[in-house]
Design a protein around this ligand. Structure first.
Ligand code: HEM
Length: 361
């Protein structure tokens, strides 16, 4: 799409079809007091509204520095940009007096058994997810936003992501060569948007919990194992994306017909992630991940992987339940989670007068 509406009950960039380019940028907020925080959220709103709509930047006059970087030329195109703002649990510490207004299920990201977390790639007061049709649009938006929020927010880490085009068709592939993102919820009300009540503060309704995980892929090792072994690890066919008991990527695996896991192993990624029993239906989540490529590490290994990103109503019931089931899965030999955080994606900005976090602040 050329443009996604900025105003709405929910933020864009969550239940929005995935754009090809992305950046996940975490910030530490340095604004002073509640009024400083409100001001920076208002600025973020104004910039996001302009950038996602597009238009001519305001000229500041002769002699003044240009108001726009011109990375996208003299007129800014919307280019499918979405700006999705989430807050981390650290924003609710003593600084802004927001402790009693924290979303009920928001805490710092936990460390899981196979994790090797690096502090510089973890957490953050604010997470900005920028997605667009092209990487220059993402960079332009990030530069515009950091320029306008200087002195109030400081970048903590950033990871650029890309989604591959369909190869040759259907769901795009991740860097392990498998179609990724096939089995995703097709409706959002029961699984993704936080509802009023249910122990949540009123302002949190229509928001969503976001989990971001930086997961390195050990592709040199992966590329040396047989296709049959790779397919058993995921439980799907590499070429078509079909479950190992099916023929097309949209076929539903039939686990009751294979109780011992002869066709789709019991410890395969898809079977552990979603056993498709009645009790686990509420654990499903919306995945919205991107590939990343950081070049080469200090040991000469390819530094590539997955920006795992998912949205849900309840981190414990959804992400954590799934992550616990995946602990020790055969895939863990080929991946290394090292960063990320838990965030709460704010409710949408309703109209021209509304701003990010108006109900919270
Ligand atoms: C499914 C790859 C990490 C949750 C899949 C599929 C692939 C895949 C290829 C099958 C196709 C599809 O339905 O999209 C990966 C890779 C990972 C990773 C390479 C790490 C680098 C995770 C993590 C979680 C997760 C951390 C959550 C804790 C799921 C879920 C499904 C899935 C819920 C759908 C299962 C279903 O409903 O059938 N993943 N995944 N994955 N993955 Fe992952």
């Amino acid at each position: 799409a050329d443009a996604f509406p900025f105003h709405g009950a929910n933020q864009a960039g969550i239940f929005t079809p995935q754009q090809r380019a992305a950046a996940f940028a975490a910030f530490d907020v340095t604004a002073t007091g509640r009024s400083g925080l409100t001001e920076v959220f208002r600025t973020l709103t104004d910039r996001a509204r302009f950038l996602t709509t597009g238009g001519s930047p305001v000229d500041l006059g002769v002699g003044a520095p240009p108001s726009d970087s011109a990375v996208l030329g003299p007129v800014v195109p919307a280019d499918g940009l979405t700006v999705t703002l989430s807050v981390g649990s650290s924003l609710f510490d003593d600084r802004y007096g927001l402790a009693t207004r924290k979303p009920a299920k928001l805490g710092p990201m936990k460390t899981f058994p196979d994790d090797s977390l690096e502090e510089r790639w973890c957490h953050g007061d604010v997470m900005l997810q920028l997605c667009a049709n092209n990487p220059d649009t993402v960079q332009h938006a990030l530069r515009d936003i950091t320029k306008h929020t200087r002195g109030a927010m400081q970048l903590r880490y950033r990871m650029n992501g890309f989604q591959s085009p369909p190869r040759p068709s259907g769901t795009p592939r991740n860097l392990m060569g498998f179609k990724d993102g096939i089995a995703n919820p097709t409706q959002s009300d029961q699984l993704i948007w936080v509802r009023a009540g249910a122990g949540e503060p009123d302002w949190a309704a229509n928001g969503s919990y976001q989990v971001v995980r930086f997961i390195r892929m050990l592709v040199e090792f992966w590329d040396r194992i047989s296709i049959a072994e790779q397919e058993k690890i995921f439980g799907r066919k590499r070429d078509s994306g079909a479950p190992l008991d099916g023929s097309g990527e949209s076929d539903t695996p039939n686990y009751p017909a294979d109780p011992e896991g002869k066709t789709i192993p019991l410890d395969s990624h898809i079977r552990l992630a979603n056993p498709r029993t009645g009790e686990t239906a509420g654990n499903r989540l919306l995945r919205r991940g991107y590939n990343y490529d950081l070049g080469v590490d200090l040991n000469g290994n390819l530094d590539v992987g997955l920006i795992f990103c998912c949205y849900q109503q309840d981190v414990e019931r959804q992400f954590e339940a799934v992550q616990h089931r995946l602990a020790g899965e055969p895939l863990t030999d080929y991946i290394q989670p090292y960063g990320g955080g838990y965030f709460f994606a704010l409710p949408g900005v309703r109209d021209q007068r509304d701003y990010f976090g108006s109900g919270l602040l």
